[in-house]
Structures are given as C-alpha cells and as structure tokens.
Design a protein around this ligand. Sequence first.
Ligand SMILES: NC(=O)c1ccc[n+]([C@@H]2O[C@H](COP(=O)([O-])OP(=O)(O)OC[C@H]3O[C@@H](n4cnc5c(N)ncnc54)[C@H](O)[C@@H]3O)[C@@H](O)[C@H]2O)c1
Ligand SMILES: N[C@@H](CCO)C(=O)O
Ligand code: NA
Length: 464
Amino acid sequence: MLRVALLGCGNVGSQVARILLHDADALAARTGARLELSGIAVRNIDARRDVELPRELFTTDASALVTNADIVIELLGGIEPARTLILSAIEHGACVVTGNKALLAADGPTLYEKADAAGVQLSYEAAVAGAIPILRPIRDSLAGDKITRVLGIVNGTTNFILDQMDSTGAQFDDALTEAQRLGYAEADPTADVEGHDAAAKAAILASLSFHTRFALENVHCEGITSVTAADISAARDVGFVIKLLAIAEKLSVPAGMVPFDGGTEGANVPSDGGTEGVSVRVHPTLLPREHPLAAVRGAFNAVFIEAESAGELMFYGQGAGGTATASAVLGDVVSAARRLVLGGPGRTETTTGQVRALGIDAVQTSYCIGLDVADQPGVLARIAQLFAERQVSIETMKQTIHRDIPASTSRTAAGTEANVTAGSAELRIVTHRASEAALAATVQAIGKLDIINSVTSVLRVEGV
Ligand SMILES: NC(=O)c1ccc[n+]([C@@H]2O[C@H](COP(=O)([O-])OP(=O)(O)OC[C@H]3O[C@@H](n4cnc5c(N)ncnc54)[C@H](O)[C@@H]3O)[C@@H](O)[C@H]2O)c1
Ligand SMILES: N[C@@H](CCO)C(=O)O
Ligand code: NA
C-alpha cells in the first residue's frame, strides 16, 4: 500500500481525487500496490466542490500531510507554499507529481537537484500541454534521437481567443471571458494573454529537448494583447492564421554576431568562430493554413517536433481542463508508484547537452509587416528601397486602398482602436527570412518616412 497525499482540490485536484478513489482497483492492478489517498490539503474544508469527496479526507494542515506520504501530488499552483511543501516532501523521501509550470520555470533546477540527491522521482507531465503525453515522449521515447526544433501551441486560453477572433470575429474580451468560464485560463489571465504561461512551458520543453536547463530569463516572450482583429483578417486574406507559438530551435549563428543570452560553460563553439545554440521564444506567429498546427482549434494544444532520425512528429490533444489534466497527473502517479514497488532508478532529465541559450537577435524568420501609408505615387518604391538597402528581401506585398472613407477603426485584441487613415493605403508585406536586427532597422527607417502614417504591426511567420 502506498500513501498518496493530495495538495489542492481545485479544477485538477478534485478530478485527481475522484479518479484515485473511483478507479482504485484498476490503479492497484497497474502499479502492484494499492494507492491510498491519505489526505487532501485545502484552504477551507467546507468550501463547495464540483466533486463529492469524503469529508474526513480534508485537512488544512498541508505541512503535516506531506511528511507522511509515499507520493505527494501538488496541485495548488503558484510559488509558495507549493515550493516549500514540495521540498519538504522530497526531504521526507516522497516522490512528487506536480502540474505547476510557474514553479518549475521559476525554481525548477533547485527542485530537480533536491529530488536527484534524495533519489526520488519528480514528474510534471501535466505542466506542459495538460493531457497530452509530451514530456515522457521527449524524455523517454526520443532519448535516442536528437531533437532540432519544437513548435508548440501550449496555451489553450490564447489559442481559444485567437481561434474565436479568426473564425467568428469575436472580440478579445468576450473570448477571454468564455475561456475563463470553461476553466482554461489561469487564476490571473495575464499569465495566459501576455505569454508567461507559454514561456514557462517553453522553458520546460527546451530543457528536456536539448538536455540543458533553460530558465524563464532565457525565453523571449511576447503575448497576444497587441494582435488586432485587422492583423487576423489580413493574415487570413493571404492564407495564414495567427497562433501563439512556443518555439525552441537549434541555430548556428555566423561569426561576428553576438547573440549570446546567458548559457553554459564549455558550450559548443564551432571552429569557424560562430556559435551554436538554442533559441527559446514565445510570440504570435503567422502560420500557413496548411501547416498541421494551423488546424489546432479552440483550446486544444499541439506540439510539433522535428528530430534528426524521427523526422516530424505531432502530439495533439486537450491542453487544459480539470479532467483531461488529471489524466496526465495520474499517469505520473502510476509511474512513481511502479518505481516505488519495483525499485530502480527514476526517470530523471539529463543536463549534459550544454548548449547555449541564444537571444532573440540570433533568430532569422520571415516577417509580416502592416503599414498605413499615403496613397500617392512613388510610395512603394521608397519603401522597397529601404528593404533592399538593409538586405531584407520582400516575398509578397498586398495593398488595400481606403478611398473616400472617413477614418475607420477596427477593434484590436487589447480592446484599443487601430486607426486607418482616410485616403490612405494599407500595405501588408511578407519578407523572406531576415535577422531581427535587419528587420528592426528596416521598420525603424520606414517609420520615419513622411509618407507613412503608422507601422500597424510586425509579426513573425513560421512554417514556410
Ligand atoms: N486547470 C488546468 O487546465 C491546468 C492544466 C495544466 C496544469 N494546471 C496546473 O495545475 C495546478 C492546479 O490548477 P487548477 O486549475 O486546479 O487550479 P485551481 O485554482 O482550480 O485549484 C487550486 C486549489 O488550490 C487551493 N489552494 C491554494 N493554495 C492553497 C494552500 N496554501 N493550502 C490549501 N489549498 C490551497 C485553492 O484554494 C484551489 O482550490 C496549477 O499549477 C496549474 O497551473 C492546470
Ligand atoms: N491556462 C492554461 C492552462 C493549462 O496549463 C492554458 O490556457 O492552457
Ligand atoms: Na502533458
């Protein structure tokens, strides 16, 4: 018999408790030991809950609960007291299962080291892409391969919002409220819409994929609050969809560029004097509609992996929601229980990759630039010249004329109004791959032209 302590009885915790109790026989058959739910730490024992659970299991003393358990499941969220309770569980020899990506991104290395030193298993499949088995495939199934690139839709709330805006023309605020009602959003949805939740998941994905610990500071992060309804409809017009992507990819940076953003002692430095490293970033991205990730709708998540031998792989499913996420938690619980029953080493990550964490300056992508310009002769030529001077090559350009209309407005994702000047033209320019530096210099120079009313958006394009 193994004692299982549960911390937190919210969206996910209550479903985990339900499954532990209702499926006790099946879980015992799979692990070789009965999993006894020894207690559930809550703030308020009398709070109303969606799932009916035996009252005697509840306690407000989480600290006492973790000192007497074989497996501790942390589903409180937030940094404290989750961190202290997990450390205490490890010190007392318990295996730990958590879904807390915020804590792992903030202080994962301390927790991993303590767990390694104590010889206990720390697993967190629920922390990235909810129900989707993604961390175990990266850590175990792909352990004999070399991952070169990870592209993920790892935040259900923002995918839901962008999808609603794209498919129904919904306003940002209404789509967010609905995502909150459905239980996808974090307690503070700023973490979702500003990209922080996706950035935490990107750091975890990058760490496991490239066998090097990446911290939140290594992740370049842009959220979706500046994506406007106009951006989404312009992207649709040219065959793209806008997604918030978490990207981790191996890059070779030529000698002369200094894109170093932290990194690891002794990391790879190719003989030509250039640098190899990994760029980890989260930003709104244009994807061709035929790309597999473009078909990921609503609050669904998907992670697209490119590996040297396996080629392209895609993992798809529910990235949020209490019951779905509980599936990932229970998978980790069974794995920890099997380990306790059978003995042997746990499944720990390896950190021998020693790759450099590259800053956003090392990245080369295509860009989609929106410009509100004067509708007069020579405008296109002047803009094209600025691109050419900075070696940024234009792939496509689309012009929409706003003739004889009063200054029209379109509502943006952030709820602000984007003005389109009367008698002007709207340009959408998609570039070939260019560096961040060349692109930024081009946009800056264009912004200074007297024929430019405004630069309305600059978005990156992937998957082309
Ligand atoms: N909801 C999801 O879809 C989802 C998906 C993947 C991962 N996660 C992660 O799982 C964890 C739990 O998420 P959730 O959606 O169930 O959150 P939730 O807010 O619904 O539940 C957390 C519960 O913990 C309780 N709690 C907080 N501090 C406590 C304390 N000190 N003592 C006792 N109880 C305390 C809260 O009262 C609440 O009932 C978070 O780390 C979250 O990021 C959630
Ligand atoms: N808020 C997160 C929950 C799952 O981590 C999301 O929207 O995806
Ligand atoms: Na997962």
